[in-house]
Ligand binder design. Structure first.
Ligand SMILES: [Zn+2]
Ligand SMILES: [Zn+2]
Length: 161
């Protein structure tokens, strides 16, 4: 669960923060998809990993300090094969209370008191993903003449066509 009610988050002026150790799965994928392309949404539905860290608050200011290790299937832009990317990312941030019910930023929460880390966490992972995913650095891609995956077999057509 990536939603926390403000009343369940310990005030770190008087007590220790909440220790987080969660498995990362469909939770991230089920957050609102406004920031995602359709393809990325499908990839996110198959994400796997772990979220660890701490959540605490100082009054109504919620501080979040999380690390994410993840495995996500991506499609190589050169050879179109699917591969699994393993990554790690971490960030700390503050979520602020906003009185009107329509939070404008990812790091605000409304009067209902629910702090939703899902969209923020997904942004964090998204920005950690390569813009041009490659199955490996020197992927040779598909032959433009016959479509052969050059990583698997030589087709004999010139490479620099
Ligand atoms: Zn490739
Ligand atoms: Zn060829």
């Amino acid at each position: 669960m990536l939603r926390y009610h403000i009343d369940s988050i310990p005030d770190t002026r008087v007590t220790a923060p909440l220790e987080v150790d969660l498995s990362l799965s469909g939770e991230v994928a089920s957050a609102p998809a406004v920031f995602l392309e359709k393809e990325t949404r499908e990839e996110f539905s198959r994400i796997d990993g772990r979220i660890t860290g701490e959540i605490g608050r100082d009054g109504t200011d919620v501080h979040v300090d999380l690390s994410v290790s993840y495995e996500i299937p991506l499609t190589c832009v050169r050879c179109l094969s699917e591969f699994v990317r393993t990554g790690e990312t971490a960030e700390r941030t503050m979520f602020f209370h906003q009185k009107d019910s329509d939070p404008e930023s990812l790091e605000r929460y409304g009067s209902d008191g629910w702090v939703d880390l899902g969209p923020w966490l997904r942004e964090l992972i998204l920005t950690d993903l390569p813009f041009y995913p490659l199955c490996r650095e020197d992927c040779r891609g598909l032959c433009p003449v016959c479509g052969q995956d050059r990583n698997q077999k030589e087709c004999g057509h010139p490479e620099d066509l």
